[in-house]
Design a protein around this ligand. Sequence first.
Ligand code: HEM
Length: 413
Amino acid sequence: MVALEAAISAIGYIAQALVLGFFVTAGYLLPGSEPEPLRRTLAIRACRFLIIFLCASAGALLIQGAKLQRGELPSLEILWRYLTATQSGNVWLLRECYAVALALLAFTITRGAGRLHSIRWLALLSLPLIASRSLTSHAVAVKTQTSWAIAADAVHLIATALWAGGLVAVLTVVRASRGQASLNPIWLAQFINRFSRLAFISVALLFCAGLYLSWVHVGSLTTLVATDSGKVLMVKLGLFAAMLTLGAINFLSTKPAVRDMAHSKVINNSLVDKAIKRIAVESMLGLAIFATTGYLTVLPPGVHALHTEGQNFPPAQPPALQPAQGASVKIIAPVNNQSVNGDRVELSFELTKGKQGHHAHAYIDGELMGMFEGNRGTLNGIKPGQHVLELRVVADDHQTELDASDKVVFTVK
Ligand code: HEM
């Protein structure tokens, strides 16, 4: 199930990046003197990627429903409850409706003349679709500076889509122009120059946002090397380094060579072929990063995972509880034997931190499901049936659990 969820998540990332990349290339990067159909062709491709995005989102919904229904095909009732009773379900519904409206508008525009300003509007209208993915990301579950984490995630999503999605559009344009009698070296140099500027800004933005997200979700070198999501992030960073190297070669070698070709006003096909090869490799690396990220984002973030991974959970010998030193926790809600409708369980509790306590870990049937610093929280995706909720006071290293806990039994209907 995890592999399927990761694959569908990756297809979703790739499809939304190509939507933005193709609309932006058609609307803002083509220099203007190209054959008219080229712009419309790119916009029509972007529409097709929108359809792929819609299908991937439908697949993601089915997977979410199957997870709620213990691996079985979800019933319409379970899907409807997920869509209407959970925050991630609400966001899914909004994004899907927005994407359908955008697809209808895009098809209408591209069936017509596909005028420049309409395509520019489609590029701008694609931005909220991409950015809103951050409202269902791990950033939402970050306890402190949540809006910063969501904003960084949105910037990261848009910048990666512009760079990696834009690269595939550039490759499509250069390949389509290769061998055309009408191919003008000055036009090609202008086009490459425009994308290069966009790529430069996007890489700077995604790098800063990516580092911040790594700090929020991974937080330390120990977590980077000791957790599954840390290890996947390292693979991603390796691919990123390779992609950046290709990007630097294109920036420092391909672009100047195309500029010189423009000055000579003579098309050099072997140079164009070399440019196509280099851009193709850089694009493939971008798609590989999206695929890796599809897996990264279905894993629990490193900071949450450090306790569980690498240990058989519940561990053979539970870690020695440290003395409470004045710490205590009392569960107010749910009360013992309470029934809860829907997979969202609202928690409220009294936490006394004492000398060493920092926050509370929430375990459902022994599985770590959340961490709360205040005296309220929400647990999502709790499956139907009877459960044991245990809150334990933990020190700020997320590891040291104190001899201060409380338990209740509740039922999800
Ligand atoms: C310095 C380079 C980068 C770093 C440090 C970085 C780090 C991260 C981190 C920590 C996350 C959050 C993972 C989570 O939610 O658990 C993330 C998400 C993501 N990254 Fe990167 N990344 C980098 C480059 C890239 C590149 C080059 C791409 C694409 C070509 C990319 C695509 C994505 C996507 C699509 C997400 C998912 C965001 C979401 O689901 O809301 N990243 N990245």
